[in-house]
Design a protein around this ligand. Structure first.
Ligand code: DGY
Length: 327
């Protein structure tokens, strides 16, 4: 069975695939165009997809009718039309859990960076503006006992909430599709409506799976309901926030600051005016960028394809319904 991998992943995953007898194909150069990507996909059986550059939708599946399975090198699967995959009986593997710690670490890092204006102060040092001690300049805020609001309390949200509870004894409120009983029991998390989440969070951190209904969910109307001392954190997907509205909220003092590991589009343009603001910290989608998480992702993606090649269910599948529809 041929596996096309559009970018190099840690060796552990490649070795596992090869040892299991799969033929691994890489593109000749790493940054292939959509046309080149499509050509590779037309000459393979299964795909190990790295990154969010390519969309797996009806147009793709029509152009590549022989694709039998996709293993994503990500937990997020917003770049796949799952309904189309289901219709064609194509399992789509993903990589949950192994990156929850690393991604929640980045949410925690952004929260503190914004609260203490770390990016702004670092830039001052780089610019040679480390002036004499000023008791009133660029003061941060402390997070002890404040309220953390989590939008999407799954695995990553849980770990963010746990860190905030342990480090700063923060109160946890959350809004989710389902109640998270473990978080309620272990962290004293309280389920609230979306409106209560927005109004009562001192830090609002987004951790949900992105779906089209979420597009621009955090917009002007929402930012206006937030506390002027609130910090908005997004490590999930850039599509969750409306960037011009966020910019406006940040410049008009509707919220205190924002920490983003995801933007829309990615990469963010270097001349984006939001980068000039003193109350933001923006990172280039590094949530899972640790050796441990990336090795774990490589292993899970390989396990998914190896299971598929043996006719077994993928151990981590974003659309397990493909298995039920035939059992
Ligand atoms: C994920 O796993 O979804 C991360 O955002 C990396 O793409």
């Amino acid at each position: 069975m041929k596996v096309f991998i559009n970018k190099r992943i840690p060796e552990i995953g490649i070795n596992m695939l090869q040892e299991a007898g799969l033929q691994v194909i890489f593109p000749e150069n790493e940054n292939i165009t959509p046309e080149e990507w499509l050509k590779y996909c037309q000459h393979t059986d299964v795909i190990l997809n790295v990154g969010g550059d390519f969309k797996y939708d009806k147009v793709f599946f029509d152009a590549c009718p022989d694709i039998k399975a996709i293993a994503l090198y990500s937990v997020g699967f917003d770049h796949v039309d799952i309904k189309e995959a289901n219709r064609r009986n194509i399992p789509v593997g993903n990589t949950p859990d192994v990156l929850s710690r690393a991604t929640s670490d980045v949410a925690f890092l952004l929260m503190q960076s914004v609260a203490r204006r770390a990016s702004y102060n670092f830039q001052k040092v780089k610019d040679g503006n480390w002036n004499s001690f000023d008791p009133l300049h660029a003061l941060g805020q402390e997070l002890y006992g404040k309220t953390l609001g989590i939008f999407g309390l799954g695995r990553i949200g849980f770990q963010m909430a746990e860190k905030c509870k342990k480090a700063f004894d923060m109160e946890i409120i959350y809004h989710n599709r389902h109640r998270n009983e473990e978080a309620e029991r272990e962290l004293g998390a309280v389920y609230v409506s979306f409106d209560e989440l927005v109004r009562n969070s001192d830090v609002l951190s987004v951790h949900a799976n992105f779906t089209p209904e979420h597009k621009d969910l955090f917009n002007q109307e929402v930012f206006e309901k937030m506390s002027p001392n609130a910090i908005f954190i997004n490590t999930a997907r850039g599509g969750f926030h409306q960037e011009q509205d966020l910019y406006k909220a940040l410049t008009e003092g509707k919220i205190w600051g924002a920490g983003l590991d995801v933007t829309n589009p990615e990469p963010m343009s270097a001349d984006n005016p939001i980068l000039e603001l003193s109350n933001v910290c923006i990172l280039p989608h590094i949530g899972s960028a640790t050796i441990e998480a990336r090795n774990g992702m490589a292993k899970l993606a390989a396990e998914n394809l190896i299971a598929f090649s043996k006719g077994e269910e993928m151990p981590n599948c974003a659309n397990p319904e493909v298995y039920f529809q035939h059992s």
